[in-house]
Design a protein around this ligand. Structure first.
Ligand code: SF4
Ligand code: SF4
Length: 374
């Protein structure tokens, strides 16, 4: 096996609780059955061990991390350990008192996600009538407290045609960096893929407009950076998922399950839990983290492919979701025997599916999914 790297990037999914219900949420479909969140002390132990193992970046995500009442303590502890800390939030539940508290605790970075530039679509997608107004308020507070303004828009079929308005909104909010990320199809997004994947025509137009704005911003000396993330469903080669399995990313889920990526929980494998094992044993010795490390596991055509060091055979979760076998080449690759599944998904994106026909990520739907799975 190749040499094992350090878990430089720790993602702490503090909770699956969230006041919103985005139909593209990457949380597990069965989240309603997942309780027993780690305690404050257990998170402290995770941070300490991860830092000792060489972790440098710590992302607080969820669900909505703001619902954890101990978030200021977690931030402070991580900061004292020397982590660069990043809060990934929808903004709901945020206020000036909290942002001041987080600043005091040493939080380095905040990323606020928006659903759309149109308040009605934003709030419908979010499932909250106050979401858009609240996000604007938070974005302004982020600026006031001298954080870099980093906004994230998940782009899909129902908001991609408003890309111009989205960029305008970001400029008005004086964003420093905007991630225009076309939906990645995991969790609820995979369930809703047919209604979320933009058409090729929509994608080409959105990318052209983004490029035009990049030029305008640069000509005007505006430092705002627009990052356009194309969905791999329109590529012929897969993404280098997680920079390779068990290479630098370590995700800890709310109940302490350790994963090489946030979507891996769905794979038919056993993943260890920080309540039962030391983090270093999990990272270096567990089957879950070693199974797809390096390239010994690869079947053909990846095995003898000259590109295998570049993309590591793509995403294991995507291979599993589409083919039922996590050790297959990612079907995004045109060399995969299953690439026709991606072509079919592109064709399906031409069919109309209204916003209200999507399955929203909420407890009720999660419970229905659990019942249907028996
Ligand atoms: S994607 Fe939406 S529903 Fe999922 S955790 Fe984030 S804000 Fe909540
Ligand atoms: S065959 Fe495998 S390694 Fe080669 S480009 Fe495709 S996914 Fe990557």
């Amino acid at each position: 096996m190749s040499e094992v790297g350090l878990p430089l990037w720790l993602l702490a999914e503090l909770t699956y609780r969230c006041p919103l219900q985005c139909p593209y949420c990457s949380n597990p479909l069965e989240f309603a059955s997942m309780q027993n969140e780690l305690t404050t002390e257990q998170w402290f132990d995770v941070f300490k061990e991860a830092r000792e193992m060489g972790a440098v970046q710590l992302g607080f995500s969820g669900g909505e991390p703001l619902v954890r009442q101990d978030l200021p303590e977690l931030i402070e502890y991580a900061h004292k350990l020397g982590f660069y800390t990043n809060l990934i939030t929808s903004g709901l539940g945020f206020n000036e008192e909290k942002i001041a508290q987080f600043k005091q605790a040493g939080l380095d970075h905040i990323q606020v996600s928006f659903q759309a530039s149109d308040p009605v679509i934003n709030d419908m997608l979010a499932g909250s009538k106050r979401a858009f107004e609240k996000k604007n308020e938070i974005a302004r507070l982020v600026k006031k407290y001298e954080y870099p303004m980093v906004l994230n828009f998940v782009i899909h079929r129902h908001n991609i045609d408003q890309i111009e308005d989205i960029i305008q909104l970001c400029i008005e909010l004086e964003a420093d960096q905007v991630e225009l990320a076309i939906c990645q199809f995991y969790g609820w997004a995979y369930l809703n893929r047919q209604g979320l994947l933009p058409t090729k025509e929509q994608l080409v137009r959105a990318e052209r407009i983004t490029n035009e704005y990049r030029k305008k911003l640069s000509d005007a000396g505006n430092p705002c950076k627009l990052i356009f993330v194309v969905p791999d469903y329109y590529e012929e080669r897969p993404k280098a998922c997680m920079n390779g399995w068990g290479s630098i990313f370590l995700t800890i889920t709310p109940d302490g399950t350790a994963l090489p990526c946030h979507a891996a929980r769905q794979l038919p494998m056993n993943f260890p839990n920080v309540k039962d094992e030391k983090l270093s044993d999990i990272w270096y010795r567990s089957t879950g983290f070693n199974h797809f490390r390096g390239d010994a596991w690869m079947p053909e055509p990846c095995k003898s492919c000259p590109e295998k060091k570049k993309d590591f055979g793509g995403c294991r979760c995507q291979a599993f979701m589409l083919t039922g076998d996590a050790s297959q080449p990612d079907p995004v690759c045109s060399k995969s025997d299953h690439h026709h599944l991606i072509l079919k998904a592109r064709e399906e994106s031409e069919r109309e599916l209204a916003l209200h026909e999507l399955t929203f990520r909420n407890k009720k739907n999660s419970k229905l999914i659990l019942v249907s799975k028996g």
